[in-house]
Ligand binder design. Structure first.
Ligand SMILES: Nc1ncnc2c1ncn2[C@@H]1O[C@H](COP(=O)(O)OP(=O)(O)OP(=O)(O)O)[C@@H](O)[C@H]1O
Ligand SMILES: Nc1ccn([C@@H]2O[C@H](COP(=O)(O)O)[C@@H](O)[C@H]2O)c(=O)n1
Length: 677
């Protein structure tokens, strides 16, 4: 997951390949609660690992369920099976509506004392209609903040209240279908001696989510009948029973971004189309009907029970006018697709967007406008007309409002015809449903090599290049290439193979370098099966690396490997010839220096801190000898690239040096320093 303050997506030109999506959030949290209310142990396979499922799992533990997170997306829940939950309990629900609403209803009916709260936005998301319905039954629920909104206090200190189950329970269906879902999952707990009836007041929105609820209730032994989605009957004698094992489908709403990707992107690397694994045309999730909407806009989609394949069809896409009541979450993706359509796309019946993670109608309108689109925002509709020509697109810093779907939708704007980058603020908000969304996107998408961001930091030994390059890469979410390590590993491999490092053995060492089984794993470096991270950092290894690096055939042998580090979303590379030879077109090159005395002092402290004894005078002599060899060799000598910015950091701290490089990088970006909105 990218936990950087922002993530810059370079212009993307194509995408192809296969992606396995994480489990559905809606199914995951429903299954967890149903398993917790059941008799017996349920093995839940392919559970979504995300913020929203985390709060549910934590709450269930708090309430006394046994939760065994066995790894590999398998969780075993041993349900309460009729026992009372642990009480009193304080439960933090984050911003997970799929946890807050059903758990409130279940606890209100089970009895006990509980406080349920969440993040500030959760306290702005309505729950009053559900509380009203539960109060009709006789449940004791108080608002701890504003009326109609969490946090809530449920208090039945003296056990369960006498429940009024004879009359139908009336609940509004036109604000959030989660209220009805909450009642449908809670009321089987009390439908013991008589049928319990729920009547929906007003039009039921997001009906497909109720369909998921009913399907899953059936898996847990509860057969709910309904009349035209307005009247639901939970039969007398209902009793939750674990199905033993259950698989969570991949998330159909998450699939929408990859369906859109297939519709928008031309192929990549000679391949065509996007294959989505884990969810298909037989899905029980309503958002699978996004497929129909994407087809209407021009996507070519084929599929099986648990897979989809998407290729670009009509291009540009076709504008559509669609009532989106049946796909409230995935419909946001249509607004992003509208950027590539001919004409105006109109999405209607989406008032529910206003009470989601953020006011999504307002958010989409503001951010689409930043990109250059013309947007009309109504009370319950959105009309989007894309920028008229490529010149009308704007490089935008997209504010994401702590809303995963805003972040994922706007990643699609990186395919803009103006070839402008897109900045996604707070990219970690995708953790709500799809923590590795950007990694998945980058595994499929392709940028023009010339437009892939590369920052080069070259300079002499112990100037701090490696330290600074790694920190800059971390702050930007970019990959990091420590090119010196490749020469160090090559030299070590030669020594291990008994090949003396000399000009006579140039071809043999180059052959070794070409097939070097080197692997970078976080901060560790492996040569074959051996972790050589420490072995390559000795002064002797540095000297050997310097000698090996003077051999032109060895340098040539390592070029392709170094180029392979330039991957989405970008690269920071440190070495001696990054700016002059390996990445000569990089948009930012820094030549980092510090006085020899300062560098010797830094290396001395570095070694001493690792418990390695050192002599500062010898160190200075060695590093000057190494610099001289690096500067005077014929192949790729150490020197600043013509367009490199000099940075003498003798008098700077590490942070100051890092901030200077980041400042130069920001200056080169087309975004306004801080996005409006
Ligand atoms: N202002 C500074 N900028 C960068 N590093 C600094 C600074 N001040 C002190 N250091 C320290 O200098 C030491 C040497 O830094 P580093 O190993 O990154 O240098 P390098 O140029 O990559 O060396 P080499 O080329 O030998 O790998 C580190 O211990 C680092 O913490
Ligand atoms: N791009 C590069 C990087 C390194 N070298 C040589 O390798 C030696 C070790 O590098 P460190 O950065 O890890 O100290 C270095 O002294 C150079 O001789 C290189 O030639 N080109």
């Amino acid at each position: 997951m990218f936990a950087t303050p922002f993530l810059d997506l370079p212009p993307l030109v194509g995408a192809a390949g296969s992606v396995q999506l994480p489990g559905s959030k809606s199914i995951s949290n429903r299954v967890l609660l149903l398993a917790a209310l059941s008799q017996g142990t349920t093995e839940v396979h392919d559970l979504l690992a995300s913020d929203d499922t985390r709060v549910m799992l934590d709450a269930l533990r708090e309430l006394g369920c046994t939760v065994d997170e066995a790894g590999n997306d398998l969780v075993r829940i041993t349900g309460l099976g009729g026992a009372a939950p642990r009480s009193p309990a304080r439960l933090f629900m984050g911003n997970a509506g799929t946890a807050m609403r059903p758990l409130s209803a279940a606890l209100a009916l089970l009895g006990g004392e509980y406080e349920l709260s969440g993040v500030p936005r959760m306290h702005e998301r309505p729950i009053g209609d559900l509380v009203d319905a539960l109060r009709q039954l006789g449940c004791h629920i108080d608002y701890l903040g504003n009326d109609g909104y969490p946090p809530l206090r449920i208090a039945h200190g003296a056990g369960l209240p006498p429940l009024q189950l004879q009359a139908p329970i009336r609940v509004r269906g036109d604000v959030s279908s989660q209220f009805l879902t909450a009642l449908l999952m809670a009321l089987p707990l009390v439908a013991i001696k008589q049928d319990v009836v729920i009547e929906v007041v007003g039009e039921l929105i997001s009906r497909p989510y109720i369909h998921i609820t009913l399907e899953l209730l059936a898996r847990f032994g509860i057969a709910v009948r309904h009349d035209n989605w307005q009247r639901f009957v939970i039969p007398a004698g209902s009793r939750y029973q674990s199905p033993g094992s259950i698989h969570v489908e991949a998330d159909a709403s998450s699939a929408s971004y990859f369906i859109a990707l297939g519709a928008i992107a031309a192929g990549a690397n000679g391949q065509n189309g996007i294959k989505i694994e884990g969810v298909g045309l037989d899905s029980i999730q309503g958002d699978i009907r996004f497929v129909e909407a994407a087809r209407a806009m021009g996507a070519q989609i084929t599929g099986g029970p648990n897979w989809l394949h998407i290729t670009r069809g009509s291009w540009p896409l076709k504008a559509i006018s669609l009532d989106c009541n049946h796909i409230p979450d995935a419909a946001m993706t249509l607004a992003a697709m509208a950027l590539y359509a001919e004409g105006t796309t109109e999405l209607t019946n989406i008032a529910s967007w206003r009470v989601k993670e953020t006011d999504r109608l307002a958010a989409m309108a503001i951010e689409l406008t930043k990109l250059g689109a013309s947007v009309e925002e109504g009370a319950d509709y959105l009309r989007v007309t894309p920028p008229a020509t490529a010149r009308d697109w704007r490089a935008a810093s997209i504010h994401t409002y702590d809303d995963h779907r805003v972040a994922m939708c706007f990643s699609l704007a990186a395919f803009n015809p103006a070839r402008l980058p897109v900045r996604i603020e707070d990219p970690k908000c995708v953790a709500k449903t799809f923590p590795d969304y950007f990694e998945a996107l980058f595994s499929l998408a392709q940028a023009d090599a010339a437009q892939l961001p590369v920052i080069c930091i070259d300079g002499p030994t112990a100037s701090g290049k490696g330290t600074v390059a790694a920190a800059v890469a971390e702050r930007l979410g970019y990959h990091f290439l420590d090119s010196g390590a490749l020469y160090r590993v090559t030299a070590l491999a030669a020594v291990r193979a008994g090949i003396p490092i000399s000009a006579e053995n140039e071809a043999a060492i180059a052959q070794l370098a070409r097939q070097l089984p080197v692997r970078f794993a976080g901060s560790r470096i492996w040569l074959g099966d051996e972790d050589v991270s420490e072995a390559i950092r000795t002064e002797e290894a540095g000297m050997n690396a310097s000698r090996v690096s003077a051999l032109p055939l060895v340098r040539k042998a390592l070029i392709a490997l170094q180029h392979s580090f330039a991957r989405l979303p970008g690269l920071v590379a440190d070495g001696r010839d990054m700016g002059t030879v390996i990445f000569p077109t990089a948009p930012l090159k820094v030549f980092m220096t510090a006085s020899a005395a300062c560098r010797a002092d830094r290396r001395y402290k570095q070694l001493i801190s690792k418990g390695i004894s050192a002599n500062i005078f010898d160190l200075r002599a060695d590093l000057e000898a190494r610099d001289a060899r690096d500067q005077n060799r014929s192949a790729a000598p150490l020197k600043p690239a013509q367009d490199a910015l000099p940075l003498d950091n003798s008098a700077l701290t590490i942070d100051e040096t890092v901030n200077q490089v980041l400042h130069w990088w920001q200056e080169r970006q087309p975004f306004a320093s801080r996005a409006a909105g």
